[in-house]
Design a protein around this ligand. Structure first.
Ligand SMILES: O=C(O)CCC(=O)C(=O)O
Ligand SMILES: [Fe+2]
Length: 277
């Protein structure tokens, strides 16, 4: 079984050419864990599987139990939201994340020390967030040729996003917020390998936009153009070098993990759900 070696602290994997603070871990999960997660988010292979499992009252294995509606189809992309979509005012209804997201993703994320100087205090990237842990995960699916328009993630979240890439790589383009003249070009590019973790926080979270081009292949992937080049897996750098700097996109699934600031515990207001009277 393959294992992974995580860095002793995030300070070792900070992308130092970017403003504070962006971290990249090329191998955050094993191939087996990647397969497990992909099976969890897949729609059922056979649409009949879900009702049959319900009838048998089995504890559903997530791969076959996703109701068809669990994927929301956007114009070009599909999306799943755990534990639930935010209300129009940006609130989350209190509810746990599914166990398959807690383990291995959330627990591993929380176990990563932020810096070498703070292992004793056990500080991690969520220590200063309102709930000291993530409470929300978006799963996005990107076929080759499909990206996401430059945007910022907005004030509903604590300003930190942890992104795990599954099945395929992508290139994240980061733009300055106030670049209005001429054709908008990314200020920085990050290559996100499959099984990697990217953590974006601080000034980059607050002061920039991020997007993914609608491309079937990413080109000009070199040490000079990719900010996290030195943190990539050796095999990925080799692949870029031998292919003239281009990588073909495959279907990619991402999990973006965040802490929603406003959480409402509806059970507290509804006595029949066990709340206060
Ligand atoms: O899929 C990604 O890596 C980025 C997704 C994203 O920017 C978002 O969900 O806000
Ligand atoms: Fe985003």
């Amino acid at each position: 079984m393959s294992t992974i070696t995580l860095p002793p602290s995030l300070s070792k994997v900070q992308i130092t050419t970017l403003p504070n603070s962006v971290y990249y871990i090329s191998t955050f999960i094993t191939p087996l864990e990647e397969e497990y997660l992909l099976n969890k988010v897949k729609p059922p292979t056979f649409p009949t599987t879900y009702p049959i499992q319900k009838t048998l009252n089995q504890k559903p294995s997530q791969i076959t139990s996703q109701p068809l509606t669990s994927w929301r189809t956007l114009i070009h992309r599909r999306l799943q939201v755990y534990p639930a979509a935010l209300t129009p005012s940006g609130e989350l209804q209190k509810s746990p994340l599914p166990p398959w997201l807690e383990e291995p993703l959330v627990s591993r994320l929380l176990a990563l020390p932020l810096s070498d100087s703070t292992p004793a205090s056990g500080k991690n990237v969520f220590t200063d967030s309102p709930h000291q842990r993530p409470n929300h995960v978006l799963i996005n699916e990107y076929p080759p040729g499909i990206g996401i328009t430059p945007h910022e993630d907005g004030p509903a979240y604590f300003p930190l996003v942890a992104t795990v890439s599954l099945a395929g790589h992508t290139v994240l383009d980061i733009y300055g917020k106030n670049e209005t003249t001429g054709k908008r070009e990314p200020k920085w590019r990050l290559l996100q390998e499959r099984r990697s973790l990217l953590i974006t926080t601080g000034d980059v979270y607050r002061e920039t936009l991020h997007g993914i081009g609608d491309l079937e292949r990413d080109c000009e992937l070199t040490e000079a153009t990719v900010e996290n080049w030195n943190l990539l897996r050796e095999e990925t750098r080799e692949a870029c070098l031998t292919s003239g700097g281009c990588l073909e996109r495959k279907l990619r699934i991402s999990a973006t993990i965040r802490d929603v600031v406003k959480v409402r515990d509806y059970a507290r207001f509804v006595p029949s759900l066990g709340g206060r009277r």
